[in-house]
Design a protein around this ligand. Structure first.
Ligand SMILES: Nc1ncnc2c1ncn2[C@@H]1O[C@H](COP(=O)(O)OP(=O)(O)OP(=O)(O)O)[C@@H](O)[C@H]1O
Length: 699
């Protein structure tokens, strides 16, 4: 019975809970009911696989009661229960991943209100309202009940005290000695159950005490009358009998009297409708949203939902939701949370939270329930991955979700835009990884383009605007819209009258490359393949060779007449890295840079056959002024690199060269000070007209 200390994390959490200004204390009931429901789920599952237990799941329930005299409320379930060891382990430590970070966040937050509610501090939330908590539990299959007790500062696990009743059957009773008497009220508790736990699959019953009037014999009044009559007979001189004998005699003769008394009658009243919401067809929007919030602990309504049942080779029902907020890419994924929020049932029995592991990664934001009629009940974690029914369910679920998004794109642009804002990265990852659904996903993607203005557009919109005989879809990838718009390759395609899609998300390049064709049209990355037909002008053959010899990164030189006012652009060519990809790799600290062969880059330089710079460098080559030509070729190449979004390999050398050019340009201009001096000297030496006249006169 010695007092034990909580695990460090629990102590810190407990401190926060006890001292928290969290106003929404009522969530404790949601947490305790949800634990009770989990305990029932666990036992129901065991009952199916272990017949020796001999427990009838139809008796499963959760009961909530009030002990007004002790200022306590209690929650009882007849679920799996806990052994003595489990009481200490489960209610003294926190096994959940991410707890340490969460506690840190809570400690740092000035206002930890929302955080407590969102994370759901589980059992420990009891201490939001209770000053002491007693848990009495009996594990299924065992005869013993044990108690766990705490006032928030450490705990004991012990045998039951004399005034504590052992559990009649398996299960757990949580007794909360309240600090806040507000919750000692049946109506308050009832409302809370309705608010938070209406969708719990087990009956929740509330102890209701009613006062009833009952008519009973008024024995006191009858005795009093008999006594009075007996006294009278004694006074009148009757001495043969004792007073008690006289009273007994009179009692037989007095008229039967009645009185009314009030009796406390307690009964258990069901307070939830426990037909699962996904089995119903009359669900209101409000109920859908409440169920979502109960399932996910999200405070916002979901963005969209889909409720369907399937027939045929796989019979199941599903109610699925898309949360209003997309996953935070920096937050660690908590498998325990994912398990709670996408639940697999078999004929109404909760079997597993592992269904999410079968979904493609990009769709693990889906929340809800799936209830199958076909899966064997004893499906375990490993089987989930292999079971053919589950595989069918998974494929249908993915299709249905994509269909839902497609429908939104056609019928509800506001929700669709909100969806894309939160989930476009997921969809693009889907385009890369989900090969069978790639075509469907490609239809959902949205981008800005050279003609789309402030609105985004789809590949379908692009196809609808193709130029005559156009067989390709052009796009450029860049860091920002501005950079994409200004890219010379984009400019050259635009000035030739083509629409160019601007892709600015880091995953865009890989996604578009995976999509590759859309409705028969090839997607062309202008940064890779360039734009414009290579001319077969022989005029520049010597220059082309010269460039390749002198710039080792350039594996090919092409001549184009469609580059507008730039002398050259750099593209990646078939096997090289585009500017965007190169930047990403360089920025990605963990990428193994050697894999990408950054030392040995291959690039294609496209020179503008009609640009003055190229024409003049060509003259130098033809006149065999190669020393001079090298300098200009390098300068032109490095400028083209920058204009095409690459970084210059030897930026120092390039900067010096630019400086030299600037100096050369400026060399005709003299310093202001020098000019003044020179002017003065000049003035001294100038001979004026008057001087000449004077000189003449002198002569
Ligand atoms: N009514 C109960 N019956 C049986 N076991 C319980 C009961 N309540 C709690 N437990 C056990 O105690 C553990 C800790 O409970 P706690 O509420 O802190 O966390 P959780 O239920 O795992 O997560 P959360 O409630 O935050 O979703 C549970 O995992 C469970 O093993």
């Amino acid at each position: 019975q010695e007092k034990r200390t909580f695990d460090v994390e629990v102590s810190r959490l407990m401190h926060l809970i006890i001292h928290s200004l969290y106003t929404n204390k009522e969530i404790f009931l949601r947490e305790l009911i949800s634990n009770a429901s989990d305990a029932l789920d666990k036992l129901r599952f065991i009952c199916i696989t272990d017949k020796t237990l001999n427990i009838d799941p139809s008796s499963f329930k959760i009961r909530i009661g009030i002990d007004a005299d002790k200022g306590a409320i209690y929650i009882i379930d007849n679920g799996i229960g806990m052994t003595k060891e489990e009481l200490a382990k489960n209610l003294g430590t926190i096994a959940k991943s991410g707890t340490a970070e969460f506690i840190k966040k809570l400690e740092a937050a000035e206002d930890n209100k929302n955080l407590i509610g969102q994370f759901g501090v589980g059992f420990y939330s009891s201490f939001l309202v209770a000053e002491n908590v007693t848990v009495i539990s009996r594990k299924a299959g065992s005869e013993e009940s044990y108690a766990w007790e705490s006032n928030g500062d450490g705990f004991v696990v012990r045998e039951l005290k004399e005034d504590e009743t052992p559990m009649e059957e398996q299960g757990t009773k949580i007794i909360l000695g309240l600090k806040d008497k507000y919750f000692l009220d049946t109506n308050v508790l009832k409302d809370l159950v309705k608010k938070y736990s209406e969708f719990i699959q087990f009956p929740i019953e509330m102890e209701i005490t009613k006062k009833e009037e009952e008519e009973v014999e008024d024995t006191e009044a009858m005795r009093q009358e008999a006594e009075e009559k007996a006294k009278k007979r004694i006074e009148e001189g009757e001495t043969s009998k004792t007073e008690e004998e006289l009273i007994e005699e009179e009692l037989k003769n007095v008229e039967v009297k009645h009185k009314f008394i009030t009796k406390n009658i307690t009964s258990w009243e069901p307070i939830n409708v426990n037909k699962p919401i996904w089995m119903r067809s009359d669900v209101t929007d409000e109920e859908y949203n409440q169920f979502y919030k109960a399932l996910t602990k999200d405070t916002k309504d979901p963005l969209a939902k889909i409720h369907f049942n399937t027939e045929g080779d796989s019979v199941f029902r599903a109610l699925l939701y898309i949360p209003a907020e997309g996953p935070n890419p920096f937050a660690p994924k908590d498998p325990e949370k994912l398990k709670q929020m996408l639940r697999l049932y078999v004929r109404r029995v909760f079997v597993s939270g592992d269904f999410y592991t079968t979904l493609p990664d990009y769709l693990t934001f889906i929340r809800g329930v799936i209830d199958s009629d076909d899966i064997p009940l004893n499906v375990g974690r490993e089987l989930i991955q292999e079971n053919r029914h589950i595989d069918r369910i998974k494929r249908k679920v993915v299709r249905k979700v994509l269909q839902l998004i497609q429908d939104l794109s056609e019928n509800n642009s506001t929700v669709f835009e909100a969806f894309m804002k939160e989930y476009s990265v997921q969809m693009k990852i889907g385009a890369i990884t989900d090969v069978p659904n790639r075509g469907r996903i490609a239809k959902l993607l949205r981008y800005y383009s050279s003609v789309s203005g402030n609105e985004t557009m789809s590949f379908q919109d692009y196809i609808g605007r193709l130029k005559e005989n156009q067989t390709e879809i052009y796009y450029v990838c860049a860091d920002s819209l501005e950079e994409a718009k200004n890219s010379p390759v984009a400019q050259s395609a635009i000035s030739a009258g083509y629409e160019v899609i601007y892709m600015t998300d880091p995953v865009d390049e890989a996604a578009s490359r995976s999509i590759n064709t859309f409705e028969g049209k090839t997607l062309v990355d202008l940064g890779k393949d360039g734009f414009g037909v290579e001319t077969d002008d022989k005029e520049y053959d010597e220059l082309k060779e010269f460039i390749k010899e002198n710039i080792k990164e350039v594996s090919k030189v092409e001549v184009s007449n469609k580059l507008g006012n730039v002398a050259g652009v750099v593209i990646s060519g078939k096997d090289g890295l585009t500017a965007n990809m190169e930047k990403l790799i360089k920025a990605h600290a963990t990428a193994n840079k050697k894999d990408f062969n950054l030392e040995n880059l291959k690039r294609v330089l496209v020179i503008n056959g009609e640009h003055d710079i190229i024409i003049k460098i060509n003259v130098l080559i033809k006149e065999d002024k190669k020393e001079q030509a090298i300098e200009f070729v390098k300068g032109m190449y490095n400028t083209a690199l920058i204009q095409s979004g690459y970084t210059v390999t030897d930026s120092n050398e390039y900067a010096q060269w630019v400086q030299k050019m600037i100096e050369k340009e400026l060399s005709g201009i003299e310093e202001v000070e020098n000019k003044e001096e020179k002017k003065e000297v000049k003035e001294e030496n100038t001979v004026g007209v008057d001087d000449i006249v004077n000189q003449k006169n002198e002569l």
